[in-house]
Design a binder for this molecule. Structure first.
Ligand code: ADP
Ligand code: NG1
Length: 458
């Protein structure tokens, strides 16, 4: 676990993507890359919106990733280019302070998050000059963690360019922290799996301390990712942070109701730990303490004996200052229920009963229903897609990632994959010309991929 990301010697020209990236780099900068770095996206099999509450999640890395070619030079500049013309060039001097404008989440700010994370970790006053070309294959804003893959790739290559060394766990922790500069108060699942993934296995990711355990998936089914083709840019909207804040307020109210000192508590998992209660007991506590009607700001303040100003500074984030109502009962119910489903999913995988495929599928379906009805992080397109996936032969299907758009992950018996893909194609993609045009990169089988790595010319 304390291992560093691998450095792999590769014949660059024998890999089509690396070779093309090298050529693009040489044309752009008139020099050759010194090394390459890549970080994968991920699909979360179960455990949605609970990482920032302190609960374990169960993702696997996907094959799609962010790949960068890098030279280290004496230009005194950080220069960025992207193979996708949608993402404009950027440069800044190494002596300039890195400032991330979270009101305007341009692509290079995600890159700069990674640079800043490494700079702060080592207290580097003058960063090495570097030129980079980025090439990404993860559909953006689709719940497959393109943003975190970019931050992780940047953190890894900045560490390498500045001749520093860190374990995968430290890199994951630094990148989880520094991605928050973009304004989204994420929990750390994405950066953890991006560094700690290993080919062929999903992982249970646990926090505090961060650790990853192999989860052996049953042999029978495969996982299919399908994109509903509606994008949701987390940093450009407040949906995500509203949920983080609702969980934070629920934490305080539950803790207070059971006589705990809530001053140091911000995560729902901490209340469980303090009370030494089971998840079942936490679900009962939610029903006893929280009411299903939304809480107004005034009611929150009255219940917690705090002022509106304290609510604003201590509990709300900068993009949730205007929120007037908070659905605390529904959000806390989802979190404790989903945390329990993750543990059941892991134990079904570990014990491998004959009916495990059905049991896992059932848990995925329950997870989707909870995301849709209690956490309200689905959308009509995703619900329709999940429905179609189930009718097309999946034993379980659910939204994956932040939601409000993006992808579903379905568990499909191997022998049914071809008919499943065809049925989803016909029912969801082909009837709509925009979806049909995106189908190739929006519907695919995914096997557990490896973690972030550095590549050097052989
Ligand atoms: P996700 O769920 O994929 O992490 P986000 O909305 O959080 O979605 O982040 C998507 C953002 O990440 C994009 O708007 C873009 O700024 C950045 N991004 C993703 N892929 C790339 C890429 N290949 N090159 C540059 N920036 C990228
Ligand atoms: P995606 O789907 O990559 O936007 C986000 C968070 C995760 C996690 C999931 C929901 C970030 C960087 N990622 O993922 O930490 O909370 O939503 O389970 O904020």
């Amino acid at each position: 676990m304390a291992a560093n990301p691998p450095k792999i010697k590769t014949a660059i020209n024998s890999n089509e993507r690396l070779k093309n990236l090298k050529t693009t780099f040489e044309t752009k900068y008139g020099e050759s890359p010194l090394f390459y770095a890549c970080a994968p996206g991920r699909v979360n099999l179960i455990g949605e919106h609970i990482d920032y509450c302190g609960y374990s999640v169960l993702p696997m890395a996907i094959e799609q990733n962010i790949l960068a070619a890098v030279s280290v030079n004496s230009s005194g500049m950080i220069q960025l280019a992207n193979t996708n013309p949608q993402y404009q060039d950027f440069k800044q001097s190494c002596s300039e302070e890195i400032i991330i404008d979270s009101d305007n989440p341009k692509w290079y700010y995600y890159f700069l998050c990674g640079v800043k994370g490494i700079q702060e970790r080592f207290g580097i006053t003058r960063l090495a000059g570097m030129s980079c070309v980025i090439d990404g294959t993860i559909p953006p804003s689709s719940g497959l963690s393109s943003s975190s893959a970019l931050v992780c790739c940047s953190g890894l290559l900045t560490m390498e360019a500045n001749q520093k060394s860190l374990s995968k766990v430290s890199l994951a922790e630094i990148c989880a922290k520094c991605e928050r500069y973009i304004g989204t108060e994420g929990g750390g699942m994405d950066q953890s799996i991006s560094f700690l993934a290993e080919k062929g296995t999903a992982k249970l990711i646990e926090f505090q301390p961060l650790r990853a355990t192999d989860v052996k998936l049953p042999e029978g089914p495969v996982f299919v990712i399908s994109n509903c083709c509606k994008e949701m840019n987390k940093a450009a909207s407040s949906h995500y942070n509203i949920r983080v804040v609702e969980c934070r307020i629920a934490t305080k109210i539950l803790a207070q109701a059971r006589g705990l000192d809530s001053s140091g508590l911000l995560k729902l998992a901490q209340v469980q730990t303090e009370l030494k209660a089971s998840l079942e007991e936490m679900l009962t506590l939610v029903d006893e303490v929280l009411h299903p009607e939304p809480y107004s700001r005034e009611e929150v303040c009255k219940t917690l004996c705090i002022t509106l100003e304290q609510l604003s500074t201590d509990l709300l984030s900068s993009n949730t200052q205007d929120v007037t109502h908070f659905k605390l009962h529904q959000r806390a119910k989802h979190v404790y229920g989903e945390a329990a489903r993750v543990m059941t999913f892991k134990s079904v995988c570990d014990s491998g009963p004959v009916e495990s495929m059905q049991l896992l599928g059932e848990l995925m379906n329950q997870s989707h229903a909870s995301c849709r009805d209690l956490y309200e992080c689905s959308c009509p397109e995703l619900d329709q897609l999940v429905d179609i996936c189930l009718k097309s032969g999946a034993v379980g299907s659910r939204l994956t990632g932040a939601g409000w758009g993006g992808c579903a992950v379905s568990m499909v018996p191997s022998e049914k994959v071809e008919s499943f893909l065809q049925a989803v194609r016909e029912a969801y993609f082909l009837p709509d010309p925009r979806r049909a045009a995106m189908e190739k990169q929006s519907l695919f089988v995914s096997k557990p991929g490896g973690g972030a790595a550095v590549f050097l010319e052989e």
